[in-house]
Design a protein around this ligand. Structure first.
Ligand SMILES: NCCCC[C@H](N)C(=O)NCC(=O)O
Length: 526
């Protein structure tokens, strides 16, 4: 093979870096989709498969079980030893096989008895869950490998954005994809993981090439290869005895326990409490997927919007003030026209439980980078975590205690803002508290603890829902009554209260330990 003597590697090419980002983010998209798409199918699982709310909760709760008992740490060790290519294939493959087992289980392939179906689906979800979190770590490592020294923060935000898009589309579209049945929706979600695994295989070709180029460069310059730090248990001990880390790790448990599990039940809550629908009226509202007279218009708007956005991103030095103004006007006008022309569809969507609930993860794609930018420029990370926890409390109170649909919408919006605010402030703060060489261990530890909170509440909300409605379960199944969600959602207020307490402790500990969480990025306390 001809030797490259230019001194450049593939990661020095902007185009190749972004191709890599898309290839890697595919797995984020599909695994987040598979993690969260059941939320749109809860009603169908009850009517078609006969699952109770507790069984639904058990099914999603068991996804976290292997991670609670150290799978993320094992995955991290394998990632360190075998590298990200093999680790990605192994854990992506595990997630894919698990997803296929869930689909087969739901189709009655292993037996048509309800308990056989439930248990085989649980087995599949356990396998899927064992792959899911390590896949996230592998994808993040790959993004760091290609973007360090370039647009790293933006690339990381886009990578998580793909995950959130997977969550949103999985929630919003699974009922339509299943066309009234659970198995087709699960098979579709499992196929997505398979397809994105093929994207990862293509990524591996790029990764091998980059490694060869870097090796060649290092040999040419007589440089040692950069050694990555392996996982060490002594690092773990150092981390959990650091009070700032302990508070932020516990905050990660309580905050996410108040958000991710809620999202799994949000469509069902909207249907039962506020009278939203699970299905759109026949043939209406699905213009994006299935084409209608609106489809052409939408594409024109999307095209113009991207044009305006791309123009506004050209560095300001290269364009005049009038040009800039024009670009913003184009974006605003297109946005307005798009919303106006889709008003009928949008009003149908806003009466549909899964589609309305999917706006929560969708909104975070836009708001997390905006808040991230604020944290970078102005700091105030610990204070923003306090604000996010407060919004979480407001959201859960307005969605549980009151029966007012406007308050319900306000609750969803404040949950969306909190879900953007806290991650935007939390993850960069971990990088300030923990030395770079221990970051891998820090994230693995936080995700492991986080999975305990998730598992408990994924299952707990369903179990408490059945318990709180014990007297009426027959009537609810017969479609004569609706679930009362007050107690299961009110329970989540506790997560918000503990989160506020922990964020105050974090702010206080930061004043003592001087990590500069309240300062802009790059600024150190005196
Ligand atoms: N439903 C996605 C599960 C992955 C969760 C992951 N441990 C995490 O917390 N990622 C950060 C985030 O804000 O999504």
């Amino acid at each position: 093979m001809k030797k490259d003597t230019s001194g450049k590697t593939w990661k020095d090419s902007v185009a190749l870096r972004w191709v890599v980002l898309i290839l890697v983010s595919g797995l984020m998209f599909s695994t987040y989709w598979f993690q969260d798409f059941f939320s749109g199918l809860k009603g169908l699982m009850e009517s078609e498969l006969g699952f109770t709310s507790e069984e639904f909760g058990r099914l999603i709760g068991f996804t976290t079980i292997a991670n609670m008992f150290g799978m993320i740490i094992v995955g991290g060790i394998i990632l360190d030893k075998w590298g990200l290519r093999l680790a990605g294939l192994l854990f992506g493959g595990l997630a894919a096989v698990g997803a296929v087992i869930v689909a087969l289980g739901s189709a009655g392939f292993f037996g048509e008895d309800k308990s056989v179906m439930l248990n085989t689906m649980i087995l599949g979800r356990i396998m899927f869950g064992s792959g899911l979190e390590v896949v996230c770590v592998v994808c993040t490592r790959a993004v760091v490998k290609w973007f360090k020294g370039y647009e790293l923060a933006l690339a990381m935000a886009i990578n998580v954005g793909f995950g959130r898009l997977g969550t949103a589309l999985g929630m919003a579209l699974s009922v339509d994809i299943g066309k009234g049945f659970v198995t087709p929706a699960i098979s579709f979600a499992a196929t997505l993981i398979g397809l994105t695994l093929i994207m990862f295989l293509i990524y591996i070709v790029f990764d091998i090439k980059l490694d060869r180029q870097v090796k060649g460069q290092n040999a040419g310059n007589n440089l040692e290869e950069e050694e990555e730090e392996d996982f060490r248990f002594s690092d773990l001990i150092k981390l959990i005895t650091n009070s700032s880390f302990l508070y932020i790790a516990l905050l990660c448990v309580t905050f996410y326990a108040g958000v991710f599990p809620f999202i799994q039940y949000a469509p069902d809550l909207l249907v039962n409490k506020f009278g939203f629908s699970y299905n759109l009226p026949e043939g209406q509202g699905n213009f994006i997927l299935f084409g209608s007279t609106n489809f052409g218009n939408t594409m024109v708007y999307v095209g113009l919007f991207i044009f305006g956005l791309a123009f506004s991103m050209i560095p300001s030095k290269r364009k005049t003030a009038a040009g800039k103004m024009l670009a913003y006007l184009v974006i605003f006008a297109v946005f307005y026209a798009a919303i106006y022309s889709m008003r009928d569809t949008l009003s149908l969507w806003l009466q549909n439980g899964p589609k309305t609930a999917s706006l929560i993860p969708l909104g975070t794609i836009l708001f997390t980078p905006i808040f991230g930018n604020y944290v970078d420029k102005k700091g105030k990370a610990a204070s923003l975590m306090i604000l996010g926890s407060f919004l979480l409390i407001f959201a859960h109170i307005s969605l549980s205690v009151f029966n007012n649909v406007i308050l319900g919408y306000l609750g969803l919006v404040s949950l969306g803002v909190a879900f953007s605010l806290v991650p935007a402030a939390m993850w960069p703060s971990v990088a300030k508290i923990v030395a770079e060489k221990r970051l891998g261990t820090a994230y693995a530890t936080m995700f492991t603890l986080q999975n305990w909170g998730l598992g408990l509440f994924f299952w707990g909300i369903g179990a408490v829902l059945d318990l709180a409605n014990k007297q009426n379960l027959e009537a609810i199944r017969a479609g004569e009554m609706m679930y009362d969600y007050t107690i299961p959602v009110l329970m989540l207020v506790v997560c918000g209260v503990v989160s506020i307490f922990l964020s105050f402790l974090l702010k206080k500990a930061d004043r003592r330990q001087k990590y500069g969480l309240e300062l802009p990025s790059g600024q150190k306390p005196e």
